[in-house]
Design a protein around this ligand. Structure first.
Ligand code: SF4
Ligand code: SF4
Ligand code: SF4
Length: 306
């Protein structure tokens, strides 16, 4: 029987919960494969040798995450990055916008669940100098993006992986899955999500909301725009951005808005700079994205911490 493992690095465990959300389909999965390691599901501390498929969730933020990733790579025939933290650093990467001191102060003293003694522990694994996507530090065989990956997609992909089948999957962006129409774009100005209520028929970007659908990988069925919420990029960058060194989330959004509104790109760029960090909310911890010539990640991290 095939042996499956699910590892947790720096993340929220939501990706493992998404696997559990397969509900009764899990019964079919465990007929074909045994889950031999998953710290969220079972009381287990170390992955065994001889794993067939290992799913790794979460980014690599500290030395322990790194050790676990390397160990899993050695013990698994196939290693799958599951979720956007693993694929691109995800929300764990946002920690690069604060200093280590501020992060510890917040986690151990300021949040409501902090212990009243306010003691900052000294025996936690040391941070690496930045967050990493797992593919920055180990060879990854497959990537499944999403924060977390959507149930309908996991229902297709997991049984196929276990059966060794190949699937034809969409490679399009969120916009390609969205059925909103472009309305008249007049007097365009940027609106924050809490400002006003967008109409349900027309493109959210055309209405002034920063919808990242055109720069975001699809396969979620445009879940957010269908619920009147702009896409915030949780599936990671679209394929054209990944493939083209000169394309980046920020510069492609500037270009798109400039095309829509006839405003010069320089003007749009100024207007968007204050919200640039929100465009990298899921990719700031990815070296692939930071290394792009046109990336704003380096500036944002320099301004705010690491
Ligand atoms: S990708 Fe999202 S759901 Fe998965 S571990 Fe990261 S934050 Fe949690
Ligand atoms: S930008 Fe957003 S709202 Fe507009 S078509 Fe693309 S996904 Fe839909
Ligand atoms: S629409 Fe965007 S933010 Fe919403 S689930 Fe899809 S990729 Fe994620």
């Amino acid at each position: 029987m095939m042996k499956i493992a699910i590892e947790e690095l720096a993340g929220c465990s939501g990706c493992t919960i998404a696997v559990l959300d397969l509900h009764e389909m899990l019964l079919d999965v465990i007929e074909e494969a045994e889950i031999v390691y998953s710290p969220v599901i079972m009381d287990t501390k170390e992955p065994p040798e001889g794993i067939d498929i290992a799913f790794v969730t979460g980014a690599v933020r500290n030395e322990e995450n790194h050790e676990r990733l390397i160990r899993l790579r050695k013990r698994a025939k196939t290693l799958v990055a599951l979720g956007t933290c693993a694929c691109y650093g995800g929300i764990s990467g946002l920690s690069m916008l604060s200093s280590n001191e501020d992060l510890f102060q917040c986690v151990y003293r300021e949040v409501e669940t902090a212990k009243p003694d306010g003691v900052i522990p000294t025996d936690v694994p040391p941070f690496l100098y930045r967050a990493f996507a797992v593919g920055d530090l180990a060879k990854i065989d497959y990537y499944i993006t999403g924060c977390p990956p959507k149930e309908a997609f996991l229902k297709k992909i997991i049984p196929a992986m276990i059966a060794g089948d190949t699937l034809e999957l969409s490679r399009k962006s969120v916009c390609a899955e969205c059925d909103r129409i472009m309305g008249p774009v007049e007097n365009w100005s940027l609106s924050r999500r809490h400002e006003g209520v967008p109409d349900r028929e027309h493109c959210l970007l055309g209405q002034g909301y920063l919808c990242l659908g055109s720069v975001t990988f699809g396969r979620c069925g445009a879940a957010c725009p269908k619920n009147n919420i702009p896409c915030h990029g949780c599936n990671g960058p679209s394929l054209d951005i990944l493939r083209e060194p000169c394309r980046d989330i920020y510069n492609m959004m500037v270009r798109r808005i400039s095309d829509l509104t006839d405003k010069p790109e320089k003007e749009v760029e100024k207007e968007l700079y204050d919200v640039a960090h929100t465009m990298y909310a899921f990719t700031i911890g990815s070296l692939i994205m930071e290394d792009k010539e046109t990336s704003k990640i380096r500036d944002l991290v320099k301004e705010r911490g690491r």
